[in-house]
Design a protein around this ligand. Structure first.
Ligand code: IPE
Ligand code: IPE
Ligand code: MG
Length: 254
């Protein structure tokens, strides 16, 4: 292992790890462009980054790692890119389920899976089923995911229950609302740390409800170059922050 990587890893306080880290994997296209290659080349190389940080997160003892792989808005990309991404997903899932089994990692997905191409959905559901009893870490893929859509869906479910007389309007609480989000339905806790690569500083319709109190970490590193040391760096940064949750610094010291 490189010296820098080892040094960073040992600077992490294992008792203060975030339980859930979410990542907006961005910059594949720009990385490919830098190499004079088509965008798909960037996506292919992004897979190695996924492997690397999944392994790093599991080794550290992080419980949930959520990766934003395809947003609802990403359907608006050129057809050829969308097709290539969907095929890459199938290929990667087929290859990596073995690795997930070996490392005792459970796969889950959030987002509207019903609109995915059949082959992609099948590969995904198969991966989820095969790994469902694994317990070391949960890897959540956000696919055809839109936070606004997820929030609307939860609102609709609650409205239906109110209309059916099963719930009073005043019983619509934060807990009941959260339980009807994709994350709540799968018992996935809110992320404490949200990382975005490639220098963009926006959320792009990702986990809007769930990141209410997450620490945000932006790095200029393009996704295909994102490696274990970059995750370590983000966690060290997270551990140096004071999470006040509305209180004052003095209150926290008491
Ligand atoms: C992120 O990289 C991957 C997906 C959104 C699927 P991009 O493809 O968005 O890369 P840039 O932003 O064009 O560099
Ligand atoms: C966000 O990245 C979605 C994923 C990482 C899957 P984009 O690159 O699509 O985001 P915008 O559109 O530039 O905000
Ligand atoms: Mg992008």
């Amino acid at each position: 292992m490189q010296a820098v990587r080892m040094e960073l890893k040992s600077a992490i306080i294992l008792e203060k790890l975030p339980r859930h880290v979410a990542v907006i994997m961005d910059g594949n296209g720009r990385w490919a462009k830098q190499h004079g290659k088509p965008r798909v080349f960037g996506h292919r190389n992004g897979v190695q980054a996924v492997r690397d940080i999944t392994e790093a997160a599991a080794e550290l003892g992080i419980e949930y790692l959520t990766l934003y792989a395809f947003s609802t808005e990403n359907w608006n990309r050129p057809k050829i890119e969308v097709g290539a991404l969907m095929r890459l997903l199938v290929e990667t899932l087929h290859k990596e389920v073995k690795t997930l089994m070996k490392n005792n990692i459970r796969l889950m997905a959030i987002g509207d899976l019903s609109q995915l191409p059949d082959a992609t959905r099948r590969a995904l559901l198969q991966g989820i089923e095969t790994t469902k009893n694994n317990s070391r870490m949960t890897l959540v893929l956000a696919l055809n995911y839109s936070a606004r859509r997820e929030i609307l869906q939860a609102a609709r479910l609650l409205a239906e229950q109110v209309q059916a007389g099963e719930l009073k309007p005043e019983e619509v609480s934060e807990e009941r609302f959260a339980a009807r989000l994709n994350t709540g339905m799968n018992q996935i806790p809110d992320p404490e740390l949200l990382i975005r690569s490639s220098g963009e500083q926006r959320i792009s319709n990702f986990l809007l409800w769930q990141i209410a109190y997450a620490e945000l970490y932006f790095t200029p590193v393009l996704w295909p170059e994102f490696r274990k040391e970059h995750l370590y760096q983000a966690i060290i940064d997270f551990q140096q922050r004071e999470r006040r949750f509305g209180k004052t610094s003095e209150q926290l010291a008491q």
